[in-house]
Design a protein around this ligand. Sequence first.
Ligand SMILES: Cc1cc2nc3c(=O)[nH]c(=O)nc-3n(C[C@H](O)[C@H](O)[C@H](O)COP(=O)(O)OP(=O)(O)OC[C@H]3O[C@@H](n4cnc5c(N)ncnc54)[C@H](O)[C@@H]3O)c2cc1C
Length: 818
Amino acid sequence: MKSHVRAVVIGGGVVGVSALYHLAKKGWGDDVVLIEKAELTSGSTWHAAGLLPLFNMSYSVGQIHKYSVNLYGALEEETGQAVGFSRVGNVRLAMNQDRMDEYYQYAATAKTIGVNVEFLTPDEILKLWPMCNIDGLVGGIVHPDDGYIQPADLTQSLAKGARARGATIYRNTMVLNIEQTTSGAWLVQTDKGDITCDHVVSATGNYARKTGAMVGLDIPVIPVEHQYIVTEPHPELQQRKQDGLPELGVLREADGSWYLREENGGFILGPYEQGAPCCYVDGPDPRAEYELFQEDIDRIAPHIEAAMNRVPAFAEVGIKKVYNGAIAYTPDGNPIIGPAWDRDNFWLNEGHSFGITAAGGAGWQLAEWIVDGEPTIDMLGVEPRRFGDYATKDYLIEKNEEAYASVFVTHFPDEERPAGRPLRLAPCYERLQAMGAVFGQKFGWERANFFATDGAPQQDDWSFRRSNWFDAVAKEVKNTSENAGLLDMTAFAKCRISGRGAEAFLDYMVANVLPKNIGGIALCHSLNRNGGIHSEFTIRRESADSFYLVSAGALQRLDHDYLQKRMPKDGTVQFTQLTDAYGVLVLAGPNSRRILQRVTDADLSNEGFRWLTSQDITIGDAAVNAMRVNYVGELGWELHHPIEHQNEIFDLLFDAGADLGLKPFGIRAMDTMRLEKSYRMVGTELSIEYSAYESAMERFIKTDKGDFLGRDALLARKEAGCKTLLITMEIADIDDADALGNNALVKGGEIIGRATGGGYGFRVQKSLALGMVKPELATPGSAFDIEILGKLYGATVISDSPFDPKNERLRDVNGTNN
Ligand SMILES: Cc1cc2nc3c(=O)[nH]c(=O)nc-3n(C[C@H](O)[C@H](O)[C@H](O)COP(=O)(O)OP(=O)(O)OC[C@H]3O[C@@H](n4cnc5c(N)ncnc54)[C@H](O)[C@@H]3O)c2cc1C
């Protein structure tokens, strides 16, 4: 066994072998090895049904799947090893309008990333699938380019490609322990000897938590049992073959939660049922290989019946074999691909529930990240750090079973799944609930999405279109802009960076200049090495060597890990986690000053408390850091307070605001108000795929301040010219829906950009969207079409911040709101 290499991949399933292949392809061939405890594919890979669905609502996963399908199509030619790719196409059925809306929304994503998808009428479905009963169908979609593959052959082909580039595979070798040495190198101990390396890639499938435990990480992966049925041959399928007819494509009835395909003249049926249990909660036995569980036909009986109804021929054949195997899951059903938190150079490629499909793209991006230091596509949807330490074993069991059962649910954009909730509660949770809050969840925190008032049911109404909550949000926006509103933002990620080296460190980490004065605030962005935006922080200077940082709640682990991994190791900079210690209440609207003034002695006048500054003030018994900023474009303050004082502050504000119209508002109202201000968000308008200039963030980028992370690459990209530019759009003649993001922007039949987000702006009374277009089309007045739920609408570029472009309300220029 080699004693030192650059990278060790652990796990010889399709996912690990693809990572090995791509690392070798990036030029590390002689310096990368894979360690597999048994034979290649002996984990989950051997028994997979081999389907390669391109369909995925996530922008990240969509691109990963697309890459895989392209790669697999070319692999045999490259390696000489067949992969058994049957490009039979893939038909998805729709039995209701919501499902069609889901397909329209999906097709928008597909279009913008270049995936071929076509819409079908029931009659067209019948032509493609003559054995399908089309009763009750409203339509469907087909992916002509996908199909299924032989997972074991695919893995062997990738292994051959990796070996041809010099990579080594050690089979029948078990990793027993992993340690990081003082030099930062990893020591991987196996039953056949030790090996040191710079990078470890964990691709251990159902063993993910066991591997994580070796390095002290609680990996948010627990598998669920998944079954599929293989039937005896059916004469009609056999006859079709004899007649030289093409193989039928994969058929998916999403509303019945199953897929069906041909297999040796018979069928394979794969249901995603309710009640499938988690398995291997503490990991499989170390010696387990080629393992299957006892089948449970009763559990999948409703899906078998649904399939019999849809494809009557399926009812006419006997069951030959049932496969019941472990399929790795995460709480949201997407894999985790990327760096582990709190550990340098430890990479996760785990939690794959569609691992045959994702392996190619996952290996590609991981190799880019490891070798070049950055991925090349936006990986937020599969980021390992999108979960936090709230994801305990019990939580994972609940959530992963739910994720499995939700594979075929309609993926509404405003969907909020119930399992594992409520989990993290701000102290004011019950008060908000009593006021009508309908909650959603982010990073484990319950957050009010909107407030049901005037007898409206206190429940959500998910839809791709404007739904019941639309009126509730309209009321919240009106009240906040005419009187005052209060929003609980306790879920914000918060931390302190302090110490002798804090200023120099942070100055290097962000592209803006840090606030100079104590109490000063600045919006700052951490770029990646390629000049794309990785993180956004509101930074408050607390003293000469202490800074308070606020960022998106959902990105807590990601943002904090990004900082911590780059801190100097000499003790001159300290990181303090403050998320759970501080609550945040946002008070906004023209009456906010009057209300706040009733509960504090601080001078809140324009002169005494300037916009974009902060002060330590007192409210009741609480010491509060009041920051005069907000995300909704109104006069207002973010009140950051010790969490134990939250309800005291909450009650004082509502008492003081009773005659000034203070009412709560929720996240959805905040989101429409931020659109009216063209405020960007990480993960949509701000992404590593766009340079900071392409996201039109120049006022926050100070290239003349000295060096900062990503500066050189950013300047090089500027020199090369922006490929795309961020715009605000107004959409004409639409009255029941708004852009949801990922909508294609079209001119003369050509896709010229994509919307990143959208919604209705209640204050400007317009349907708005933000998006990226070719620079020559980015000027106000430029017109083209936007596709929303399958229809084209006129879109016109308008100037940024259609609501209050001069920020007069935020600044309260007339000083009238005293
Ligand atoms: C019934 C069923 C049907 C499926 N159908 C499909 C499908 O149609 N399409 C699709 O895309 N996906 C499908 N899947 C999912 C797919 O099988 C998995 O996502 C995929 O196989 C995961 O591959 P992997 O490499 O991550 O894991 P695995 O194949 O499980 O590989 C992990 C490997 O790591 C090794 N290992 C673990 N610990 C150690 C250690 N300490 N030392 C050395 N080696 C170690 C194991 O021995 C194992 O070989 C299906 C799954 C099931 C259960």
